[in-house]
Write a protein that binds this ligand. Structure first.
Ligand code: G4P
Length: 286
C-alpha cells in the first residue's frame, strides 16, 4: 500500500467520504472475502450509519467457499445485505444492481406515491486500499474509467458513471483505512497482499502464513510443496520448501527471503487453493 495513514490523513479520508455520502442513496462496501473483518475500516458502521448498505465480499474466487457462506450469514444476521463477488471476472454483477434496487425500494415507492418519478440509484463504492474498488467500478462501467491506485487528498469534480438505467456510480470510490493497530489484523492484511511487505517483515508474514496453513489447510500445503509430512519446527518447514523450490544462497544455504516471497506470491495468487484466514467465530474469541 502506498499510503501511510496518519491521524490527519484518516480524518481527511473520513471527511471526504462523509461529503460523498450526501450525494448518494446506497453505500456498497467492499471487503476481502479471505479476511472479511480484517479488511474493513474499524469505524465503518459509524461512518455510513445513515445510508442503506450492501456488503460485497470480493475476491471470492480466492476464498474458501464454506467460510464465505459463514461470513454472508454473519453479516446478514447483523442486518447487512451481503453478496460474494469476484470483481475481476465480474460474477454476480447483476445481483449487485438487484440488491441496490431492493435497498431503496421503500423510499422509491414513497416517491412514486407522491407522483415523483424515481431517478437512477446513486451509489458510492467504499473500502480499504487494494480490496478491488477500481476493478469493480471498471467492470460495472464496462470501460476503464476509474483510475487504479489510491490518492487520498486529490480532490476532483465528482463524476457519475451510468450502469444501465438503474444505477449511477460515483467515479471515485471512498477510501478508508484498515485496523492497523491490531497485530493479527496486520498479519492477515499482509498475508493477502492488502498491505505492502515493507510495513511488516516479509519473513514474519510468511511464518504467520505457514503456521496458519499447517493448522487450517495442511493438505493444501503438503500438496503444493510435495511434503510427506509437515515438520513441526518452522525453520525445518522453510528449509523443506526452500530446498524443493531451489530458493538457495551460496553454499547451498536456504534463502529465507526468497522462500518467503515465493510462498506469499503463490498463496496470494490462489496456487494453494481457495483460502480464508478468519471466521466469524475467530472474531468472537479474539
Ligand atoms: P482498489 O481500487 O480497492 O485499491 O483495488 P484494485 O481494484 O486496484 O485491485 C487491487 C488488486 O486486486 C488488483 O490486482 C486487482 O486485479 C485485484 N482484484 C480485484 N478484484 C479481484 C477479484 O475479485 N479477484 C481477484 N483474484 N483479484 C482481484 P493487481 O493490479 O495485480 O494488483 P496487485 O495484485 O499487484 O496488488
Amino acid at each position: 500500500m502506498t499510503i501511510q495513514w496518519f491521524p490527519g490523513h484518516m480524518a481527511k479520508a473520513r471527511r471526504q467520504v462523509q461529503e460523498k455520502l450526501k450525494l448518494i442513496d446506497v453505500v456498497v462496501e467492499l471487503a476481502d472475502a479471505r479476511i472479511p473483518n480484517s479488511s474493513r475500516n474499524p469505524m465503518i458502521d459509524e461512518i455510513v450509519s445513515t445510508k442503506p448498505r450492501l456488503m460485497l465480499l470480493n475476491k471470492a474466487d480466492l476464498a474458501d467457499d464454506r467460510k464465505t457462506n459463514e461470513w454472508i450469514q454473519h453479516f446478514e444476521n447483523k442486518g447487512i445485505k451481503t453478496l460474494a463477488i469476484d470483481a475481476q471476472s465480474g460474477t454476480n454483477l447483476k445481483q449487485i444492481i438487484l440488491s441496490c434496487q431492493e435497498l431503496v425500494h421503500e423510499k422509491w415507492e414513497r416517491m412514486r406515491a407522491k407522483g415523483l418519478n424515481p431517478r437512477a440509484i446513486r451509489v458510492l463504492i467504499i473500502g480499504i486500499p487494494n480490496v478491488g474498488k477500481s476493478t469493480l467500478i471498471n467492470k460495472l462501467a464496462k470501460r476503464n474509467i476509474a483510475k487504479t491506485g489510491d490518492r487520498p487528498g486529490v480532490t476532483t469534480a465528482q463524476q457519475w458513471i451510468k450502469v444501465g438505467k438503474e444505477l449511477e456510480l460515483l467515479d471515485t470510490p471512498g477510501i478508508l483505512w484498515p485496523k492497523f493497530e491490531d497485530e493479527l489484523v496486520g498479519l492477515r492484511l499482509a498475508t493477502t497482499g492488502a498491505i505492502k511487505d515493507t510495513i511488516i517483515n516479509l519473513q514474519d508474514v510468511a511464518v504467520f502464513a505457514l503456521r496458519f496453513l499447517t493448522d487450517n489447510y495442511p493438505d493444501a500445503l503438503k500438496k503444493r510443496y510435495d511434503l510427506q509430512e509437515i515438520p513441526e519446527d518452522i525453520v525445518e518447514l522453510f528449509d523443506a520448501i526452500g530446498k524443493k523450490r531451489g530458493c538457495l544462497m551460496g553454499g547451498g544455504l536456504i534463502d529465507y527471503d526468497k522462500t518467503s516471497e515465493l510462498i506469499l506470491r503463490e498463496l496470494r495468487s490462489g496456487k494453494l487453493g481457495k483460502l480464508t484466514f478468519e471466521t466469524p467465530s475467530d472474531w468472537n474469541n479474539e
